[in-house]
Design a binder for this molecule. Structure first.
Ligand code: NAD
Length: 248
């Protein structure tokens, strides 16, 4: 029970890596606030997680919604120990096709949304808490069709360092978790590959030294490590969980 008695606010909590983290955190004794644009879905999934966890409406592209969601989550949980700012959108396009709208949309969620999730939740955090920002190895490996997605994910590491400094006096430690290819909605027909999701997964998996994409639970186990006392002498740093894709 590595998170016994702890509470966690998780954005993007109703699917993929966020939901896997919620299940892992609850397994280890935490109560969580699943934050999502679909508040009803968040409530239903939180009820499945067990007593003490809650679902909260939060659209991270809207600062008022983030602020309101942080208040609700904190009230329901009785304070917050862990913030997992994980909500994100993935868009891939050929270089010449990107529009100003794409730019604004990606940065509104992946960068602005992430920063303000932490800023609005921080007043409700207990000292010695942990913040995890989801980055991406797309920010460190030059790959075609990913320019604006990669750019919108690069700030996660800079924010982890700068916010660690801002929150140092409260001993809140901030991390960037940078996943490589992970089998979530990104690799379904809902994701950026649309009709070619299966082919895209096979192509991507062939480029991962370990030979496969991650299961979301493998990202969640690393988030658990960061959120727990096991990472007590770490802060302001990045952990890459990519099967070696950005390393070999
Ligand atoms: P996912 O689509 O299951 O999760 C993304 C979540 O963010 C969804 O629940 C979605 O509803 C939520 N979201 C999007 N816009 C939102 C908004 N405005 N307000 C609130 N919530 C919003 O996919 P995932 O793979 O679990 O993604 C989680 C994080 O991991 C994202 O930040 C993504 O960029 C990152 N990531 C994923 C991969 C991968 O291969 N799956 C690789 C690197 C990084």
């Amino acid at each position: 029970m590595r998170l016994a008695g702890k509470t966690a606010l998780i954005t993007g909590g109703t699917s993929g890596i966020g939901l896997a983290a919620a299940r892992t955190f609850v397994r280890e004794g935490a109560r969580v606030a699943l934050c999502a644009r679909d508040g009803k879905k968040a409530q239903a999934l939180a009820a499945e997680l067990g007593p003490g966890s809650v679902g909260v409406h939060m659209d991270v592209s809207d600062l008022d919604s983030i602020a309101a969601g942080a208040v609700l989550a904190s009230e329901a949980l009785g304070g917050i120990d862990i913030v997992f700012a994980n909500a994100g959108i993935t868009v891939f396009k050929p270089f010449a096709d990107w529009t100003g709208e794409d730019f604004d949309k990606l940065f509104a969620v992946n960068t602005k949304g992430q920063f303000f999730t932490v800023q609005k939740a921080a007043p409700f955090m207990r000292d010695c808490g942990v913040v995890i920002l989801t980055g991406s190895i797309a920010a460190k490996t030059g790959q075609p069709n990913m320019a604006l997605y990669a750019a919108s994910k690069a700030p996660a590491l800079a924010l982890a360092k700068a916010i660690s400094a801002d929150l140092l006096s409260r001993r809140i430690r901030v991390f960037c978790l940078s996943p490589g290819p992970t089998k979530t909605a990104v690799f379904t027909s809902e994701g950026p590959f649309a009709n070619g999701a299966e082919k895209a997964l096979a192509t991507v998996q062939a480029r991962v030294p370990i030979g496969r994409a991650a299961d979301p639970s493998e990202q969640a186990e690393v988030a658990l490590f960061l959120a727990s006392d096991a990472s007590s002498f770490m802060l302001g740093t990045e952990i890459v969980v990519d099967g070696g894709k950005s390393q070999l």
